[in-house]
Design a protein around this ligand. Structure first.
Ligand SMILES: *[C@@H]1O[C@H](CO)[C@@H](O)[C@H](O)[C@H]1NC(C)=O
Ligand SMILES: *[C@@H]1O[C@H](CO)[C@@H](O)[C@H](O)[C@H]1NC(C)=O
Ligand SMILES: *[C@@H]1O[C@H](CO)[C@@H](O)[C@H](O)[C@H]1NC(C)=O
Ligand SMILES: *[C@@H]1O[C@H](CO)[C@@H](O)[C@H](O)[C@H]1NC(C)=O
Ligand SMILES: *[C@@H]1O[C@H](CO)[C@@H](O)[C@H](O)[C@H]1NC(C)=O
Length: 444
């Protein structure tokens, strides 16, 4: 079935045209931040390396599969077993067998990520796989995934990049089974798909800020809208549905670049780039941190929630030679090698902010019996400037706000790897849960 023959996806793509055009990287704020960040990040960079090795190792103690690589472990002084491997550090290597689906075989590709439909001339960007430094990450095995999630359900909470991953997952699974639209509403922001052969459900919940948000002014200081963000009020559009789900993948990112007024306890506490001399500019990192804190608290205090929460970490954009609205574009046709670039500036700060909140929630979750897992896609995606739609996310002369899309990811493309990671994590969690039960039953 083609995208054209799926009416609600058609409507969907129109709605999300606006959504896409709303994904905005704020020029002025970015410039400001770029000048501010180096001043205080330099001392931070050294510590951030150590910090990351520590946090990697702490995740390794809770997950049998992942740990920092040996160099990092020795920095952290924890000397984790040699067979363990951090699947999130590695390189992209050629994979002549990819891609595993096409825009003809999968109807679920959103128009704006259907880069081939809009004439992207090169296909090399589809032919890579992720190779962790000290082990192999198998490419997605749909039959295996479906067995693991039989009778279960998975929710994506976040923005259009989260939906991008859901559509990749549907395409990957669609190779071996069929899927029906089981949405409870016509609203394109809340979709639900069911795989009857395995009684598996995936759903997407639109919540780009994770907390309650209201567009106070469609124009605002940068003409990209001014939002009121209620940073201690998680968005009830998703919070009220979470007990139904076994797995929840939470993500958020690029919307936080927009100007916003921040409210806590119903009071205005500050803003991001509101240009109001009477309101303190607390920066977008403040809202990003508070939003994740509020979102994670939902799971740790939700009566009856027995699921696993994944944080899918920040996926960097790749505008080069200009900002998103100043002719910036992403025209590379190959991945970076890991020594060609590094996580710094805004990307590093966004990443660290959310992972710090994740670590807090994870610790609290241990007491509450809620499992938190880090789907740590940031490093891998930093290396994929070639994976975005660029100008092949719309018709050649279409008037869209973000003409060159260097935020979303073409399908098929590198975002498919997020589901390779997900399958790997489900396998390891399942294995551990079984062995834990086995041990319990032996004791009895
Ligand atoms: C799929 O991509 C090809 C180019 O590779 C294009 O000609 C075709 O129109 C696309 N089909 C759909 C259904 O998007
Ligand atoms: C399908 O899975 C749901 C949980 O996601 C469960 O409540 C339901 O009973 C299952 N249906 C069948 C027919 O197994
Ligand atoms: C919930 O979703 C509806 C429909 O998209 C939207 O109008 C509303 O603003 C959302 N609620 C919050 C709290 O963001
Ligand atoms: C800031 O506060 C002062 C004093 O309360 C008021 O006169 C002024 O109009 C305010 N400025 C803005 C931009 O709101
Ligand atoms: C594109 O759309 C914007 C508003 O959506 C409008 O202001 C602008 O004039 C349009 N540009 C062209 C070339 O049509």
């Amino acid at each position: 079935m083609k995208a054209n023959s799926c009416p609600e996806l058609q409507n969907g793509s129109r709605t999300s045209l606006q959504n896409t055009s709303r994904i905005v990287l704020l020029l002025t704020a970015t410039l400001l931040l770029l000048t501010i960040i180096p001043l205080y990040l330099f001392p931070l960079l050294a510590t951030s390396l150590a910090w990351r090795s520590l946090s990697d190792s702490s995740s390794s103690s809770s997950s049998s599969s992942s740990s920092g690589d040996m160099a990092r472990d020795s920095i952290a002084g924890l000397g984790v077993a040699q067979h363990s491997c951090d699947i999130f550090r590695g390189e992209w290597v050629p994979n002549p067998n990819a891609p595993y689906y096409t825009n003809e075989s999968c109807w679920a590709i959103h128009d704006h990520q259907n880069c081939m439909m809009f004439g992207r001339p090169d296909t090399g960007f589809m032919k890579w796989r992720w190779k962790p430094t000290h082990c192999e990450l198998p490419v997605f095995n749909p039959a295996q995934f479906l067995e693991l999630v039989r009778g279960k359900s998975l929710a994506f909470v976040g923005d259009s990049v989260g939906r991008n991953q859901m559509q990749s997952l549907i395409c990957l699974l669609h190779r071996v089974t069929y899927v029906v639209d089981a949405s409870l509403t016509q609203d394109e922001k809340f979709r639900r798909y069911h795989f009857p052969t395995h009684n598996f459900t995936v759903a997407s919940f639109w919540s780009p800020f994770l907390v309650r948000a209201h567009e106070a002014d469609p124009n605002g200081p940068t003409h990209t809208g001014l939002f009121n963000l209620y940073l201690d009020e998680p968005d009830t559009n998703w919070t009220t549905k979470m007990t139904e789900f076994d797995y929840v993948i939470v993500s958020a990112g690029h919307w936080f670049f927009r100007p916003a007024m921040f409210f806590e306890g119903g009071q205005l506490v500050g803003c991001h780039y509101c240009l109001d001399p009477n309101v303190t500019d607390l920066t977008m990192y403040y809202s990003y941190r508070r939003a994740f804190r509020a979102a994670f608290r939902v799971f740790n205090s939700l009566e009856g929630f027995r699921g696993t929460v994944f944080l899918r970490t920040y996926a960097p954009s790749h505008f080069e030679n200009g900002e998103w609205d100043k002719g910036g574009n992403c025209v590379r046709q190959q991945p970076f090698r890991s020594d060609e670039t590094r996580l710094d500036g805004i990307n590093l700060e966004m990443y660290m902010t959310q992972v710090e909140e994740f670590r807090e929630a994870e610790m609290e979750g241990r007491e509450k019996g809620v499992r938190f897992r880090l789907l740590d896609t940031t490093d891998a995606m930093l290396l994929r400037p070639d994976g975005h739609p660029s100008r092949y996310g719309h018709r050649p002369h279409e008037n869209v706000t973000m003409y060159n899309d260097c935020v979303h990811w073409c399908l098929p493309g590198p975002i498919d790897t997020w589901n390779d990671f997900l399958l790997h994590m489900l396998k390891n969690d399942g294995g551990r849960a079984r062995s834990r039960n086995a041990r319990k039953s032996t004791i009895k």
